[in-house]
Write a protein that binds this ligand. Structure first.
Ligand SMILES: Nc1nc2c(ncn2[C@@H]2O[C@H](COP(=O)(O)OP(=O)(O)OP(=O)(O)O)[C@@H](O)[C@H]2O)c(=O)[nH]1
Ligand SMILES: [Mg+2]
Length: 685
C-alpha cells in the first residue's frame, strides 16, 4: 500500500518468461486495462503493440523488446515486452537490467520449470525484483494440466527465492472461475474481457485460502521478527503491515509473489496492475541497484539501440536521474529527438523525467548498456551482462551479385542493433559467416536484410577449414628449362620435403654448398615453395611440413629469380603427391552446460558427432547444472546447439575453442576432398 498519497515517479516493468507464455498478450491486456489502448489486438491477428515488427508478425513470436507506456491511476508505467526465445536472451537481459521489476509470465505447466531456472538465476544474481504471473489459467480446465500447487512446486524447485502465492483460484467443477486474494481476503469472479466482480469467498475455497494465507504469512515472517511473534501467539497481523513487508521483500528480491490469470481473457490483470502500483519498486532503488552515479542535470542508460527507417539511430533509454530535454547534450552528443515509444509509434516529448523510458534520437556514439550524462562521455555499467558467445553460424552470399557490397554494410547495421549477431569474413575459407544464437536468430536477421535493406541472401552451413599435411619424407629433383627466341630460362633444384609434428606450421631451410644455387636466388626458391602452400594436392592449405633446399644448378645467362621461383613450384607440385598427403580436420574443445537430469544423455550426442567426453562436473555457481568437457570435430558442430536444445527443453548450451588438427581418412576425408574439388572447379580456380 502506498505510504502516502504522493504519486510515484514513472516506473518500468519488464515482461519476461519462456517462449509463447503470453507476454505480448499480457502487455496488450495491461494496456487495455489501464485505458492506454481502446481496442485489444491479438498475437494471432498480428496487431499487438508488442509485436509490431514485420518479422514478429510473420512468426507470431516476439523478435525484440517491445515498448509501451500507460498511465494507470495517475502514475506512468513503461512496459518492456521481452522476447521469450532463448536465442534472443541478450535482448531480454538488457531490458531486465533497467526495469524496476520483472513480471515473469509462465504457463501453468510444471515441465516449463527447466526454462525458468536460468531466468530466475539471472534475476537473483542481479537482485532484480520479480513476480510470477501464471498465465493461461483458463487452460487449467482442460484436464491434463496440473493443479496450481503442483505447478508451484515444480517452479519452486528452480527458484532460490520463495515463491509466495498471493491468490488461490476458485474452481467451479473443472473450470477456474475466479480467485481469492490472500492478503485482502477478497474473492473475485472472472468475467471474460471485463472487470471481475467482487463476490463472497465460496465455502469450497475457504480451507485452501486459509492454508495458503498461512503459508504466505510464514514466508514473510522469515524476514520480520514481529510478524513471527504474532504468528506464534496466534495474533492476526494488520493488513497494512503485511503489505508493507510484501513491498519491502519484493524490492530486495527476497520473495517472489505469485499471481494467476489469463491475458487472453483479461482475467487477473487489474489485480496485477494494482500490485505493480502498490508494491512496484521505485526508479531510485533501481538506479542504486545498478550503481548509477546521479551526475549533473540528467543521467540515462541505453538498453537497446534501434535504427529506425526515418528517425535514424534511436537509443532506447531509462532516465535514472534528472530531466532529459530534446536538444540537450548527453554523453557528449546532442539529443536530436525525444520520444515515448508505443509499439512502432514514436510520440514526441519535449522532456522526460527520472523513471521514464524514452527513445533518444541520433546519439551515434552511445552503445547498448552505456550510461550517459550531461557531464561525461558514455560509460559502460560494470554490471551489464556479458554477451553470450555465438553458437551457430551460416555462410551467406547475396542472391544478387550487385548487392555484395551493400551486404556487409547492412549487416553492420543489424549488429549495431543486436550485438549478439557477429559477422566474420573467414580468412581460411573466404566465406562471409553470420554468427549468432541459433537458427531462428539468424533467420530473423536474414529477414531483416530483406525487409529493411532489400537484400536477399542465400545461406548454407559454413565450410570447415580443413588443412592437409604429409606423412612421408621425399627428396625430389626438379628442373625448369625453356628456350624461347633470345635468352631462355633455366633453374634446377634438389629439395627434401618432410613432415613435421602437429602445430609446427611450415619451415624452410637450405644447405646449399659451393654455390650450386647462387645466394641471390635462394629467397626466390623459398617464395616459390611458399606459393604452393595454400593449395596442396588434396586442395587444402598445407601445414606441418619442412622443405630443405640441398643443391641445384644454374646458368650464367638464363637463370633468374623468376626461373628459380618457378622451379620451386614445380618441385612442390611433383613431390607432394609422393609424400602421402593426408587431410587434417580441426578438433574443438567443447564445454556443454545442461541441467544435470540431462547429463547422462550427452554421451550419445557427443559420440554421434565423433566426439569424446573427457569428464564432467557440477557447473560452478549454477545449482543443478553440469558441465561436460569433450572434444568434437568442427565438421560435426554446426547444428549441435539445435540437438542440445531439443534434448534440454531449450536451455542447454555450449562454448568451444580450437584445440588441434587431427588426421581424417576414409569416407569422410574422401567426401571433404571431393566437395573441395567441386568448389574450386566451380570458382574456376
Ligand atoms: N488460452 C490462453 N491462451 C493465451 C493466453 N495468453 C496468451 N495466449 C496465447 O498464447 C500464445 C502466445 O502468446 P504471446 O502473447 O505471443 O506469447 P509471448 O510470451 O509474447 O511469446 P514470445 O514473445 O514469442 O515468447 C498466443 O497464441 C496467445 O493467443 C491465455 O491467457 N489463455
Ligand atoms: Mg511476445
Amino acid at each position: 500500500m502506498p505510504q502516502s498519497n504522493r504519486k510515484s515517479a514513472p516506473r518500468c516493468a519488464a515482461l519476461v518468461g519462456p517462449y509463447l507464455s503470453g507476454k505480448t498478450s499480457l502487455l496488450e491486456s495491461l494496456l487495455f486495462a489501464a485505458g492506454a489502448i481502446s481496442r485489444k489486438g491479438s498475437v494471432r491477428d498480428g496487431n499487438t503493440l508488442g509485436d509490431s515488427a514485420t518479422e514478429a508478425k510473420a512468426r507470431q513470436m516476439s523478435v525484440e523488446v517491445g515498448l509501451a507506456s500507460a498511465e494507470y491511476l495517475g502514475e506512468r508505467w513503461s512496459f518492456l515486452d521481452c522476447p521469450g526465445s532463448v536465442e534472443l536472451i541478450a535482448e531480454s537481459k538488457a531490458a531486465l537490467m533497467v526495469a524496476d521489476l520483472a513480471v515473469v509470465v509462465v504457463e501453468p505447466l510444471p515441465d516449463k520449470a527447466p526454462l525458468l531456472a536460468p531466468l530466475f538465476k539471472f534475476l537473483d544474481d542481479q537482485a532484480i525484483p520479480h513476480l510470477l504471473f501464471i498465465n493461461k489459467i483458463d487452460l487449467l480446465t482442460s484436464g491434463h494440466e496440473a493443479r496450481i500447487s503442483e505447478v508451484l512446486e515444480a517452479f519452486q524447485a528452480v527458484s532460490a527465492r520463495p515463491l509466495v502465492l498471493r491468490q488461490v483460484p476458485i474452481r467451479d467443477g473443472d473450470v477456474v472461475t475466479g480467485h481469492v486474494d490472500l492478503v485482502s481476503e477478497r474473492a473475485y469472479r472472472f468475467n471474460p474481457h471485463a472487470p471481475s466482480d467482487l463476490v463472497p469467498i465460496p465455502d469450497t475455497v475457504r480451507d485452501r485460502e486459509q492454508g495458503a494465507r498461512q503459508e504466505l504469512l510464514e514466508a514473510l515472517s522469515d524476514f520480520d521478527d514481529r510478524l513471527l511473534e504474532q504468528l506464534l501467539e496466534d495474533v492476526a497481523p494488520e493488513k497494512e503491515e503485511v503489505y508493507r513487508l510484501l513491498t519491502r521483500e519484493l524490492a530486495s528480491d527476497q520473495i517472489v509473489p505469485v499471481l494467476v490469470g489469463s491475458a487472453e481473457n483479461d482475467n487477473g490483470v487489474v489485480r496485477l496492475l494494482k500490485l505493480l502500483r502498490h508494491e512496484g519498486p521505485e526508479v531510485r532503488s533501481t538506479a542504486a541497484r545498478l550503481g548509477v552515479d546521479p551526475e549533473g542535470i540528467a543521467t540515462v542508460q541505453v538498453f537497446k539501440t534501434y535504427l529506425a527507417a526515418h528517425a535514424g539511430k534511436l537509443g532506447f533509454s531509462r532516465v535514472w536521474h534528472g530531466t532529459v530535454t530534446d536538444g540537450m547534450t548527453l554523453g557528449g552528443e546532442r539529443v536530436s529527438g525525444l520520444y515515448r515509444m508505443m509499439g512502432a509509434d514514436q510520440r514526441k516529448l519535449t522532456e522526460a523525467v527520472a523513471g521514464e523510458v524514452v527513445a533518444l534520437g541520433r546519439l551515434d556514439r552511445a552503445a547498448t548498456g552505456d550510461v550517459l550524462s550531461d557531464r561525461s562521455a558514455p560509460k559502460r555499467s560494470p554490471l551489464w551482462p556479458p554477451l553470450p558467445p555465438p553458437v551457430y553460424g551460416l555462410a551467406i552470399v547475396a542472391e544478387n551479385r550487385n548487392d555484395e557490397v551493400k551486404l556487409s554494410g547492412a549487416i553492420q547495421k543489424l549488429t549495431e542493433e543486436d550485438p549478439t549477431l557477429l559477422l566474420e569474413q573467414s580468412t581460411e575459407t573466404g566465406e562471409l559467416v553470420l554468427w549468432g544464437q541459433g537458427d531462428i536468430h539468424l533467420q530473423i536477421a536474414i529477414d531483416r536484410l530483406r525487409n529493411r535493406h532489400n537484400i536477399s541472401v542465400k545461406f548454407h552451413p559454413p565450410q570447415v577449414p580443413y588443412k592437409e599435411t604429409i606423412r612421408k619424407a621425399v627428396s625430389h629433383h626438379a628442373r625448369f628449362k625453356r628456350q624461347t627466341g633470345g635468352h631462355g630460362q633455366f633453374a634446377d633444384i634438389h629439395v627434401d620435403v618432410k613432415p613435421l609434428p602437429r602445430g609446427e606450421g611450415f619451415v624452410f631451410t637450405e644447405s646449399v654448398v659451393g654455390g650450386t644455387v647462387p645466394r641471390q636466388y635462394i629467397p626466390a626458391v623459398e617464395q616459390g615453395i611458399r606459393d604452393s602452400l595454400p593449395r596442396g594436392p588434396l586442395g587444402f592449405p598445407l601445414v606441418d611440413l619442412a622443405v630443405n633446399l640441398s643443391s641445384g644448378q644454374f646458368h650464367a645467362v638464363d637463370s633468374s629469380e623468376m626461373a628459380f621461383k618457378t622451379v620451386a613450384r614445380i618441385a612442390m607440385t611433383e613431390a607432394l603427391p609422393q609424400c602421402e598427403p593426408v587431410l587434417l580436420e580441426p578438433i574443438l574443445t567443447v564445454t556443454i552446460a545442461v541441467p544435470n537430469e540431462f547429463t547422462s544423455r550427452i554421451q550419445r550426442i557427443v559420440s554421434g558427432r565423433r566426439g569424446q567426453i573427457s569428464g564432467f562436473d557440477a557447473k560452478p555457481d549454477f545449482k543443478g547444472w553440469d558441465e561436460v568437457q569433450c572434444t568434437i570435430p568442427q565438421a560435426e558442430i554446426h547444428d549441435l546447439i539445435v540437438e542440445l536444445r531439443s534434448l534440454t527443453v531449450g536451455v542447454g548450451t555450449f562454448t568451444y575453442r580450437f584445440d588441434r588438427l587431427a588426421e581424417v581418412t576414409g569416407r569422410l576425408a574422401d567426401k571433404a576432398i571431393e566437395q573441395r574439388k567441386a568448389a574450386l572447379d566451380s570458382n574456376g580456380r
